[in-house]
Design a protein. Structure first.
Ligand SMILES: [Zn+2]
Ligand SMILES: [Zn+2]
Length: 407
């Protein structure tokens, strides 16, 4: 189920990628040590922070400011994660947001499959170059361009440093194993959070929120939040949406390193709070459907009552009344027809979203699920204008008294 063809994978890249995975197995040649575990985790989270707070929230999205010195430090530490150059990373990420889950998206599981979005695209010939035109705001710093061009320097120095300081434990636990885990932790945001998890916002892509991935990636698991509002330093919008990168950026603000953190607008926080329990995953999908159907039934009844009132006197009212009233009547008919059409489409989308639970059917299922959410909004909007037209008709024709109040 691939909508667009995949570019070719570069042999040298795939070979190097495999080699680092093999080197991670080097820990098996050493005795187990808690020092090794601590080095692995410490090295993982240090660099995960530089990737999420640095590469992603600073370089790709500019959600806060730093001076030139700290900016370079962040870029350097981020590059020790061996995820290519800082400008390469940020430019490709901007592209992802521009075309999320569209055919142009270079790492969409919906378009090119799960494993392609996870790691295939990184090894592809086609995306090897840094898209400098997409990151002009940072190419004016020659030190960043230099760092970006010499992508192997930082990881090599970092690995060497760990080896000198902690010997083989440092090299295999602190560098190789930690780097492999860091790769897959980061890549999971491109793959897993576009397939599994909860949707809170009706973004035009398939992004989802995942608590577990937020722990793995220091806050990036709130990917549906992030696709909905990209400009904030925070990705967790509610207090319980754990976002360690944000906490550390705030600590940086206390220390005078980070400035002008861009906030999440109140409106967005409100929506997130409102929908905290309303999301679309297999378990709660049904609950959302039932809640919507119940609300719809109430408003349908209201529209029917008003309609009955109106139709009773329609002929006489229209015969004696103004042009405005017949215009209103025409818009009532249009809204009613539109509502019928939307409801039919809603039923079809609902059936498609419920079908295909396995990974193979994820694309159709995800797209249908998004359509269901969009249709709910459209139905609510159309029904609101139908009821509105009916209320005005009934009132204008002098039959307003004694009508039932809205549910
Ligand atoms: Zn982003
Ligand atoms: Zn995404």
């Amino acid at each position: 189920m691939n909508a667009t063809p995949r570019p070719r994978i570069r042999f040298a890249a795939a070979f190097g990628f495999g080699l680092v995975h093999a080197a991670a197995l080097g820990i098996l040649a050493l005795d187990f040590s808690w020092e090794g575990v601590a080095l692995c985790l410490g090295s993982y989270y240090l660099r995960m922070f530089a990737i999420t707070a640095g590469f992603h929230r600073y370089f790709a999205h500019r959600t806060y400011r730093m001076n030139r010195f700290w900016q370079f430090v962040m870029a350097f530490v981020g590059q020790t994660a061996a995820q290519k150059g800082v400008l390469w990373w940020a430019a490709h990420h901007r592209h992802h947001h521009r075309f999320s889950d569209q055919p142009e998206d270079i790492h969409s599981p919906v378009q090119k499959g799960f494993w392609w979005s996870h790691m295939g695209w990184i090894l592809a010939d086609e995306y090897e170059e840094t898209q400098l035109e997409a990151i002009r705001d940072f190419t004016k710093f020659p030190e960043l361009v230099w760092l970006d061009r010499n992508q192997f320097l930082a990881p090599m120095l970092y690995g060497l440093g760990l080896w000198l300081a902690f010997s083989w434990t440092g090299l295999f636990w602190g560098f190789f194993l930690s780097t492999v885990l860091l790769w897959h932790g980061t890549f999971a945001i491109n793959s897993v959070t576009h397939v599994f998890g909860k949707r809170v916002f009706e973004t035009r892509d398939t992004s989802r929120n995942s608590f577990i991935l937020a722990l793995v990636t220091m806050g990036e698991g709130w990917h549906n939040n992030h696709h909905h509002f990209q400009a904030s330093a925070a990705q967790g919008f509610l207090w319980w949406q754990v976002d360690p990168s944000l906490y550390l950026i705030r600590l940086g603000r206390l220390l005078g390193i980070a400035k002008d953190l861009r906030p999440v607008p109140e409106k967005v926080v409100g929506l997130a709070r409102e929908r905290a329990v309303w999301h679309f995953s297999s378990r709660t999908f049904e609950r959302a459907r039932e809640a919507f159907d119940a609300a719809q039934a109430g408003w349908d009844a209201r529209a029917e009552q008003l309609s009955a009132r109106w139709v009773e006197r329609r002929e006489t009212a229209l015969a004696s009344a103004s042009h405005r009233l017949s215009e209103l009547d025409a818009s009532r008919l249009r809204a009613a027809a539109q509502l019928e059409r939307l409801k039919a489409e809603y039923a079809a989308a609902l059936a498609a979203a419920a079908a295909g639970t396995r990974l193979r059917g994820q694309r159709a299922k995800a797209l249908a699920g998004i359509r269901v959410e969009e249709l709910r909004l459209e139905i609510e909007k159309t029904r609101r204008s139908l009821v509105d037209a009916l209320e005005r008709l009934v009132e204008a024709s002098g039959m307003g008294d004694g009508l039932p109040t809205p549910a």
